[in-house]
Design a protein around this ligand. Structure first.
Ligand code: SF4
Length: 476
């Protein structure tokens, strides 16, 4: 399964806590949509999917605030998506909206375009908290927006809630939950307020004008949310996410389990693991020849002298709407994408002796006969994405990921979910069985009641309260 994410970087105003990439100039929308449509058509999608043999299952429009787009611009984007990709088999199509934007007409219009799920940034109904967060909506506007969601016929939607604000009381939080539950949301995301350095709140904290909530309050409020929602049939399936059974967000779940996804738009990122590690990767795949093009490049989580082979690639669009526009329109980006996505297709089709298509300058991408990998495994043993890595176009950043960094990510994201992570998966998909030291830590966590006694590795409620520390210890 693969997903496509589109970043729509427009907001009515800057929320005081936000460090996502956005602009507040709606006048740039037409030019941005032109660039996005160009970018969509730049993606090689031979069989209707950017990832060979991996159909597109989920589509997510986030931001920013996609609901800033007038319907006509929204339709242009969907038109391009429909013409270029096969999105007829989507199982989920989500769009983020803000209460101040959504009329019944807009909501019905995007539904006709194929949107099946909304994610609405409510955050709170308390006037003083909305003001503190510098949100663009008021409580009555939030109520009206939620009524419009029902009126437009959406049965699947999510609401965002923020807790752990300085001075926020438990009574206020309970009132917010009460009001939200009146709309029977099938999905809810609850985030504790984090004060990021380059935000208005960050500056206030730096000047000593803001005192963040203490850890005890944050943990107590997160338990309160969990208890109230669970009493209402909405279970926690990830550290910040709650759903009625069957309403868990598919798109985000795919991120957590290293499915392929393509991110379009400024500040979006993409992830591609040819074969997505679905076949066993022998431990020998980590033995450490230097990759072409990787000389001198530090790999996350490794000492300088260690050498690894990359298995997956992440690439990052510039967090600047103008730089993004230049990139999306450039031939070099088109060629680069073709090399990454079509080139890797050559590996998948078992071209052990031919140069992968689109990579004419990469004879080293051949799979050696003694590699121990089946020709159709989808992995090259010594090359990764050579042409892609050596020549990303201006403005694009790339990161090659070794199995070692991938397994670290998987442990982290897996432990944040109620499903946990299976040690067998770490061994077979990532080539990293648990180490003796990790086993010791796990035994200790189990003894302290922080982890469930049986595999898969899953945190208990008490473990969730200490999730960051537990994950850190396991990845040490
Ligand atoms: S609406 Fe969302 S993306 Fe925009 S500034 Fe507020 S939090 Fe950030």
């Amino acid at each position: 399964m693969s997903g496509i994410y589109l970043h729509i970087p427009f907001c009515k105003q800057a929320c005081s806590y936000c460090d996502f990439y956005f602009v507040t100039r709606d006048g740039l929308i037409p030019e941005f949509v032109d660039a996005l449509v160009q970018e969509i058509t730049a993606v090689p999608a031979g069989d209707g999917s950017p990832f060979p043999g991996d159909p597109v299952r989920t589509l997510y429009l986030g931001g920013g605030t996609p609901s800033r787009l007038p319907l006509s611009q929204f339709e242009r984007i969907f038109d391009a998506l429909n013409r270029h990709f096969d999105i007829s088999g989507l199982t989920e199509c989500t769009v983020e909206v803000n209460p101040e934007d959504v009329t019944t007409e807009w909501l019905s219009g995007v539904r006709e375009s194929g949107v099946t799920r909304l994610s609405m940034g409510i955050q709170s109904f308390q006037p003083e908290l909305l003001e503190f967060m510098h949100r663009a909506h008021s409580a009555p506007v939030a109520h009206r927006a939620l009524e419009n969601v029902a009126r437009a016929g959406y049965t699947s939607f999510s609401v965002d809630l923020i807790y752990g604000c300085p001075g926020q009381t438990d009574a206020q939080l309970l009132d917010d939950l009460d009001r939200l539950l009146a709309y029977d949301p099938p999905h809810l995301s609850a985030y504790s307020l984090t004060i990021e350095p380059r935000t208005r709140l960050g500056k206030q904290a730096e000047l000593g004008r803001l005192k963040p909530a203490d850890d005890e309050t944050v943990v107590r409020q997160s338990r309160l949310i969990r208890d109230v929602l669970s009493a209402n049939g909405i279970h926690q399936y990830e550290i910040s996410n709650y759903a009625r059974p069957g309403h868990e967000a598919e798109h985000n779940s795919a991120y957590w389990s290293h499915e392929n996804y393509l991110g379009l738009g400024p500040a979006a990122h993409s992830f591609y693991w040819p074969g997505a590690g679905l076949e066993a990767v022998p431990r020998t795949g980590m033995k450490g020849e230097q990759q072409p093009g990787m000389e001198g490049v530090p790999q996350p989580g490794l000492k300088k002298e260690q050498k690894v082979e990359s298995q997956a690639l992440r690439w990052y669009q510039p967090a600047d709407i103008h730089a993004y526009g230049r990139l999306a329109r450039s031939d070099s980006y088109r060629t680069w994408l073709d090399r990454v996505l079509s080139g890797a297709q050559g590996y998948r089709s078992g071209e052990t002796s031919a140069t992968p298509s689109g990579c004419p300058a990469s004879p080293e991408a051949k799979i050696p006969a003694d590699s121990g990998l089946p020709a159709s495994s989808g992995f090259s043993t010594g090359s990764g994405f050579p042409a892609a890595f050596t020549a990303p176009p201006d403005g694009l950043e790339t990161e090659q990921l070794s199995l070692q960094s991938l397994v670290g990510e998987r442990v982290m994201t897996g432990l944040r979910t109620r499903g946990g992570v299976n040690p067998d998966e770490l061994a077979s998909r990532y080539g990293h069985p648990l180490t003796p030291s990790q086993r010791r830590h796990i035994a200790e966590f189990r003894k302290r009641g922080l982890m469930e006694p049986e595999d898969p590795l899953r945190l208990t409620d008490a473990g969730y309260d200490l999730a960051d520390a537990i994950i850190l210890r396991l990845l040490d």
